[in-house]
Design a protein around this ligand. Structure first.
Ligand SMILES: [Fe+2]
Length: 376
C-alpha cells in the first residue's frame, strides 16, 4: 500500500490539494485536505502516469547510427529507463514495418524488437508497461507479410498506416523531399531522381491494396488504427472509411479540421509544442490546441518532451488549465488506445502515478509508480 499527502493532485478536470492512497495496484482513495498519514509530497504535483502512443525512441536505441544495430534487449532496457524517468508509465513502442531502400530487409529487425518487448514483458523485468505500435509503410512491397507476422498478439494494440512517398503528405514538394533524402542518405542527384521514380512506382502499385488489407485485419484483430500525416480532406475521408480512430500528425489546418469534425482523436508531437513549430515546416501544434482541435500529444522523438509540453501549454495559452493539458498525455491517449483502466487519478484506476516538481519552469520527475510500485 502506498500513501501520499500534501500533494497538488491533478484530477481529470481540476487540481486539488490533498492525499491519495493506493491498494493492490489501484487508486483506493483521493481526498482533499490535510492528513498526517503517508509520504509528504511537500506541495509537489501528483499526476497520472503518462501514456505515450508513438515513440521512435526504441528504434533510435536499437539503431544509434545508420550502420550500427545494437543488441535489441539492451536497447529496450536503456529505452525503458529513459521513458520511465520521463514520467511515462504506458508506452506504445513504434516498430516500423515494410522494407525500404534504407533498410532493404526490415523483417529481422522488426522481429528482434517485437521479440525483445514480448520476452521482457513475460519476464516482468520492465519498469513500465510496453505495447507495440506497428507503423506500416503502405508502398512497401512486403509490409503485409510483416503485418501478419506481428499483428495477432496481445502486445500489439495499435497500427498506423503511412505513406512517405515523395510528393505526398509529410513531403508535399518533391524538391523538398530530394533535399531531405540527400541530407539523410548522401548520394548524387541522379541517384536521388532514380530513387524518387522507384518510390512513385511502388506507391502506385501497392499503397491502396495494402491500406485496405491492413484496415480490414486491424478491425478483425481489434487494433486501434491511426492515419499518419494527413494533408487533405481526401486523406481524412479515406481514413474514416478505413475505420481510423486517431489522426497522427495532420500536416495542414484543413486536414486537422476535417479529422476533428469527423470525431477522430488528433495526435500531435510534443516536440512541436516545445519548439513552437514543426520540424518539417508543417502546422504548429500549439495553434491547433488554441483552435480546440488537439486531443493527444506524443513525445515522438524526444521522450521528456511529453511532460514538458503538458506543463508548457497552460503557460502559453491563457485560460488553458493544467488538468486539460495533462489529459492530452494521460486520459485521452489511454482511451484512444482502448485502455480504460488508466490515464486518470480516480478511485479504481490503476495507481500509475508521477511526482513532479516545477523547478525554473522545468517539470522535474521526482518519482514514478506503476500499479502502486515505485519504478523510477
Ligand atoms: Fe511521417
Amino acid at each position: 500500500m502506498a500513501s501520499f499527502r500534501n500533494a497538488r493532485i491533478v484530477l481529470a478536470d481540476r487540481v486539488i490539494e490533498g492525499s491519495l492512497n493506493a491498494e493492490d495496484g489501484l487508486i483506493a482513495a483521493v481526498d482533499d485536505g490535510a492528513t498526517s498519514v503517508g509520504e509528504d509530497f511537500e506541495g509537489d504535483y501528483l499526476i497520472a502516469g503518462l501514456v505515450e502512443l508513438h515513440t521512435d525512441h526504441l528504434e533510435n536505441h536499437y539503431r544509434p547510427r545508420p550502420s550500427v544495430f545494437w543488441d535489441p534487449m539492451a536497447a529496450l532496457h536503456a529505452h525503458d529507463v529513459q521513458i520511465a524517468g520521463s514520467g511515462i508509465t504506458t508506452v506504445f513502442d513504434a516498430v516500423r514495418i515494410g522494407s525500404d531502400l534504407d533498410v532493404p530487409d526490415m523483417k529481422p529487425h522488426a522481429e528482434k524488437l517485437v521479440q525483445a518487448i514480448r520476452t521482457a514483458r513475460d519476464d516482468d523485468r520492465l519498469r513500465i508497461e510496453h505495447f507495440i505500435h506497428l507503423r506500416c509503410e503502405l508502398p512497401s512491397h512486403d509490409v503485409l507479410e510483416h503485418f501478419e507476422a506481428f499483428a495477432d498478439h496481445p502486445t500489439t494494440r495499435l497500427a498506423s498506416v503511412m505513406d512517405h512517398t515523395p510528393g505526398q503528405r509529410q513531403f508535399t514538394s518533391i524538391e523538398a523531399y530530394k533535399l531531405f533524402y540527400k541530407k539523410q542518405m548522401g548520394g548524387t542527384e541522379a541517384e536521388g531522381d532514380a530513387y524518387v521514380a522507384d518510390r512513385l512506382a511502388e506507391q502506385a502499385r501497392y499503397s491502396t491494396p495494402h491500406r485496405k488489407a491492413i484496415a480490414r485485419r486491424a478491425k478483425e484483430l481489434g487494433l486501434a488504427l491511426a492515419s499518419h500525416d494527413d494533408a487533405t480532406l481526401a486523406h481524412v475521408e479515406e481514413g474514416v472509411e478505413d475505420g481510423v480512430r486517431i489522426a497522427e500528425f495532420p500536416t495542414t489546418l484543413e486536414a486537422a479540421a476535417a479529422a476533428h469534425d469527423a470525431g477522430l482523436a488528433i495526435l500531435m508531437g510534443a516536440p512541436n509544442v516545445v519548439r513552437g513549430k514543426s520540424h518539417s515546416g508543417n502546422i504548429s501544434a500549439t495553434d491547433l490546441v488554441r483552435a480546440g482541435m488537439m486531443d493527444i500529444l506524443s513525445s515522438d522523438y524526444v521522450p521528456f518532451a511529453l511532460l514538458q509540453a503538458a506543463f508548457l501549454l497552460p503557460e502559453r495559452i491563457e485560460g488553458f488549465g493544467l488538468a486539460k493539458a495533462l489529459a492530452m498525455v494521460t486520459g485521452n491517449p489511454a482511451r484512444a488506445a482502448g485502455l480504460d483502466d488508466r490515464g486518470e487519478i480516480a478511485v479504481g484506476k490503476r495507481a500509475d502515478l508521477v511526482r513532479v516538481r516545477l523547478i525554473g519552469g522545468t517539470p522535474v520527475v521526482r518519482a514514478v509508480w506503476r500499479q502502486g510500485k515505485r519504478v523510477s
